[in-house]
Each structure stands twice: as C-alpha cells, then as structure tokens.
Ligand binder design. Sequence first.
Ligand SMILES: Cc1cc2nc3c(=O)[nH]c(=O)nc-3n(C[C@H](O)[C@H](O)[C@H](O)COP(=O)(O)OP(=O)(O)OC[C@H]3O[C@@H](n4cnc5c(N)ncnc54)[C@H](O)[C@@H]3O)c2cc1C
Length: 449
Amino acid sequence: MFLACGDLIQASRERRFHRTDSEVLNLSFDFQGNLSIRGKRVIDFELTEEHIALKNTVREFCAGEVAPFIKEWDEKSHFERSVFEKMAEVGLLGVCIPEQSGGAGFDYISLGLVCEELEACDTFLRVAMSVHVGLNSLSVFSWGTEEQKQKYLVPQAKGEKLATFGLTEPNAGSDVVGMRSYAKRDGDDWILNGEKMWISLGDVADHFLFFCWTDQEKQKVRDHTGISCFIVERTMPGFSSGTIHGKLGIKAGNTGYFSLQDVRVPKENMLGNEGEGFKIAMFSLENGRYTVASGATGVIKASRDASVAYANTREVQGQKIGNFQLVKQKIAEMEADYQMAHLLWLKCGYLKNEGKPSAKAASLAKWQATIRSETAASMAIEIHGANGYTNDYPVERYLRNCKAAVIYEGTRDIHTLMQADWALGLKKEKAARVILPPYEPSEAKGTVG
Ligand SMILES: Cc1cc2nc3c(=O)[nH]c(=O)nc-3n(C[C@H](O)[C@H](O)[C@H](O)COP(=O)(O)OP(=O)(O)OC[C@H]3O[C@@H](n4cnc5c(N)ncnc54)[C@H](O)[C@@H]3O)c2cc1C
C-alpha cells in the first residue's frame, strides 16, 4: 500500500508510518528529520529546526554587530574587518564546509539562508560570503588536493584567512577567454603575471584564485582549455593590490584590483589539472550565483519589510498610506517577488544538497532575484516618498547596493541569453569531472548558534 505524497510529508512530520509502508517504500529519516524514500530525499519546503536556529543566529548577529553601524560605514566607505572576525567566531565563514575541513558542517540550503539574512542587513556581508565561500572555498573543497585543503581551505573555513576569486580583468568580464593573464612553467614552479580588476575583497583578502592562460597557442584561437587556475597568497613576492573608489553602492565592502608580477608559485598551487581553469571558473560561478540569488532575495525582503513598517505609520489625509491601493500594489508585488525568488534559490539549494547539476537553476535564480531586488528597492523608495531619498532610511542603500548584482556573476543580458538557450535546447548541463559533493549530514556540528 502506497501513501500519497501529501500524506507522506504529513506523516514524516508526525513520524507515523505503518511498518509495512516503511518496508515497501524503504522509508528512512536522517538525523535532521528529512524523509527519504528508496534513498531519495523528499522535497520539503519547511525549514528544519536547525535551519531556523541558524537564521535566528544570523539575524541576531546582524542586529547587534552591523545594523547599528552600517549607516556610518556606508557613508564613510569604511571596511570594518572586525565584522569578519565575529562572523568567523560563529562559524559563518565555513557554514557549509564539512567539519573535517574546518567548517560548521551545515547543508547548502543553510548557505542560502545565511546569505538571505546577511544581505537583508547589508550587501557587503553577503558579497564576502559569495567570494569567500561560494567562489573560493567550495571550489578548493571540490577540486583541491588534500594538501591544498589542509593548507588553504581549513583556515578559510575557520575564518582565519579571507579568500576571493580573481577572474575579471580590465578588458575581460563577460568575455572570460579575453583575459590576458598568463603563467609560464619554470621547472617545478609556475611564474604568474596579470592584472585582475573588480575583485570583491581584492585589497583585503589573504588567498586568491587566479585564472590565467597556460597555453599561449590555445589563447590565440580562444580555446578555453588553455586556461588554468592557481591559488595565490597575498604575501607572495610580486603581489600587489589596491581599492577601487567611487562606487555607486556596497560602500562598506571592499572592491579592488590586484596585480601579479613574476609571482613564483609551486606546481602544487595549481587547482585542478592544467587546462581546467575555465571549467573551475564556471563551477565556482554556479555556486557564487546561488549566493547572489539568495542574497538578492534578502534585499527584496528588506525592501518589503521597510515598506510595510513605513506604510503602517506614515499618515496622509488622516489615514495610513498602507490604505492606498497603489501602495498596496507595490507591497503585494514585493511579497510575490520575495516568495518567487526564495523558492528559486531554495530549489537550487536542494539540487546542491542532492549533488545534482544546478547551473540552470542557479542562473535562473540569480537572474530573477537580482532584477526583482532592483524593482523592490526602487518601489520601497517611492513608498517612503522624500524620506526614502535620504539615508535616514535604509531603502536608498538597498537600491545602490543591489545594482551591482545585476552586473556581476553574469550580467542580466548574459543570463537572459543563457535561459533562452536552455529553453531552446541549445544549452545543456554538462557532465563534469568534478561535481560539488552532495551534502552529507553528520551528528556533530561546528559553531553557529
Ligand atoms: C561590485 C562588483 C564586484 C565584483 N566582484 C568580482 C569578483 O570578486 N571577482 C571577479 O572576477 N569579478 C568581479 N566583478 C566583475 C564582474 O563579474 C564583471 O563586471 C561582469 O562579469 C561583467 O563584465 P564587464 O564589467 O567587463 O562588462 P562587459 O562584459 O564589458 O559587458 C558590458 C555590456 O555588454 C553586454 N555583453 C557582454 N558580452 C555580451 C554577449 N556575449 N552577449 C550579449 N551581451 C553582452 C553585457 O551584458 C553588458 O551589458 C565584480 C563587479 C562589480 C561591479
């Protein structure tokens, strides 16, 4: 006898299965209470107690450590490094990295929840999670040798070192193979040269992924199998960096550039095999886009919440502005966009937990959440009237901050074209030598909460 899906989920909550049901369906629960049928986990949109506790921890962290100061940091373009030491103390900088690699051992949905909560406070916090965890640590975790994991991933996951991702160059953003950085072999070492631009945490991070050509013949014909990836340390001779000033938003965050001039690295610092750099970059972006999507969802939520609070207090013509239909419409759209964006990243997190390809889901979630966050922040300003145009209220910061996410990790146009190609059958999830390992629950958890 089989139970209907709805009954199964209900039963999973109530833990009531007849022995025969369990036997026929091979039902099991992991320690988090997730239900599996014949070894496959059932989708459950309800967050676990652990997820809720994590969300609350991040919310409290933001309320205590960031919210009281963010207006000033943003106004002064001040990067407060101590915030990351505190994030490290609670385990956020390695939230979804297994404990044996120095992390807190939570699942990938937890990474999304952390990003959503952090960006609801300020984008600079989520950007750090994107580059440190999404673009760098998860790549070292998946592609790295055991030696690289011990040397680089463990201190990153513990938050002792900050890490970032250097792909973009002054003349090569969307056009990755247009990069000019290169490396030449010298015995057991590689000599690296190049300039990376628009790098989040570029002037403050300790560890960098550096993408460059290692085959100049392939560079001439733009064959991406001539690109490789190296792990670079700030302290290596020949490394220099600087901060980019005059940004529209994310003023409390560091965006920079770095330059490598004859930086000598041992061959052990190559991540993956020679010629796999492009694949690593795309793999990294798949994870990075997931964090950008969940973060942008946080901007929609923050815009909605600020608008609701304002609409419930501001009075015009003797009534709350929340009574006006067109104010209601904006709030309704923010609510719908929040729910849709949240579901899109949640699906992506589920695919990651299962070890399934998520490039298409991450692109869709990132594309939709970022453009909707811009609309939500803009509408939130309008609901606040003139007050929304000043930094006495946070909504103008939301609008300035969220614009960059429409550009980085694939512009709006690039994702539009990618989604069209997927729909037209012109693009497929490609089989890869390395995949993001599925989430393996364990009883013990690192710090967080
Ligand atoms: C705040 C911030 C932080 C960033 N952090 C990082 C980081 O940590 N690491 C990193 O490596 N990079 C980072 N970037 C760089 C970012 O990824 C690039 O800016 C982005 O990839 C776009 O590249 P571009 O700026 O060179 O624009 P371009 O590629 O020059 O694009 C310009 C315009 O042309 C369009 N276009 C380009 N190519 C095509 C095409 N083939 N088809 C259709 N339209 C096209 C684009 O959609 C866009 O509208 C960051 C950028 C910002 C703003």
